[in-house]
Design a protein around this ligand. Structure first.
Ligand code: Z5A
Ligand code: MG
Length: 212
């Protein structure tokens, strides 16, 4: 009899506008999963450590200028350079919590006016998340949280456009969490959803690819 069901780690992606609390919640989720006995790593995109990541970082802090298409492809390349390691980690049982992923890539570049299908194209074939947790907050509310810094994109008008594209991209599998609640409330809501997914993957849920 055929049984391809191999236990593996889960790919959990956390998305949301700037200041919605992604990094805060990713860290809390990681300790929760570790405490629950699941080997877990915290990843983020952009990964500013790689050479591509350093180009992205210079661009975000306005130290370099790049054509919109060029920076889009760099963000995508930054995910591709981590793809094989990502697959290896998942297959050897490590759950990955990823702070921003392809959806940020497509939403931000589309908000600048690039075609959404053009934006998706270089992302095709990256690993699809098992769960997307979306931290939902209005751009105005987010801006009140300590104020924006001087990185590119940290403006309410632009964040409003990004929010529109996140709406377009989301499907019924996304877990939409009200990110305006207290950190503890948000934390609790995320835990239940994610633990179920981690268990499904441990039972051998197959990996799938973006954007199918
Ligand atoms: N970008 C792109 O264009 N294309 C791509 O492919 C990718 C990204 C992957 C850098 O991302 C930029 O790159 C980003 C998208 C673009 N530009 N923008 N905007 P980044 O991930 O490096 O951005 P970041 O600066 O690390 O994250 P963030 O979005 O600004 O913040 P966050 O991680 O969502 O929030 P936080 O740091 O956890 O919390 C923000 C503050 O709010 C902090 O003071 C917290 O203490 C507070 N906070 C958090 N939760 C709460 C609650 N529940 N109540 C009250 N206060 C809270
Ligand atoms: Mg963050």
């Amino acid at each position: 009899t055929e049984s391809n069901a191999k236990p593996r780690g889960a790919l959990i992606v956390v998305e949301g506008l700037d200041r919605s609390g992604k990094s805060t919640q990713c860290a809390k989720l990681r300790s929760f999963l570790e405490t629950s006995g699941h080997t877990t790593e915290l990843w983020r995109f952009p990964d500013r450590e790689t050479s591509v990541g350093q180009m992205i970082s210079a661009y975000l802090s306005n130290k370099s200028q790049l054509d919109d298409h060029t920076i889009h492809l760099l963000f995508s390349a930054n995910r591709w350079e981590k793809r094989s390691l990502m697959e290896e980690k998942l297959k050897t049982g490590t759950t990955l919590i990823v702070d921003r992923y392809s959806y940020s890539g497509v939403a931000f570049s589309s908000a600048k006016g690039l075609g959404i299908e053009w934006c998706k194209a270089p992302e095709i074939g990256l690993l699809a998340p098992d769960s997307v947790v979306f931290l939902d907050i209005s751009p105005e509310r987010a801006a009140e949280r300590g104020g924006y810094g001087d990185e590119r994109y940290e403006r309410v008008d632009f964040q409003t456009k990004v929010a529109g594209f996140y709406q377009t991209l989301r499907d019924s599998s996304w877990k939409i969490i009200d990110a305006g609640e207290s950190m503890e409330e948000v934390e609790k809501k995320i835990q239940g959803v994610v633990l179920d997914k981690v268990k499904e993957c441990a039972l051998g849920k197959p990996l799938s690819l973006l954007w199918s």
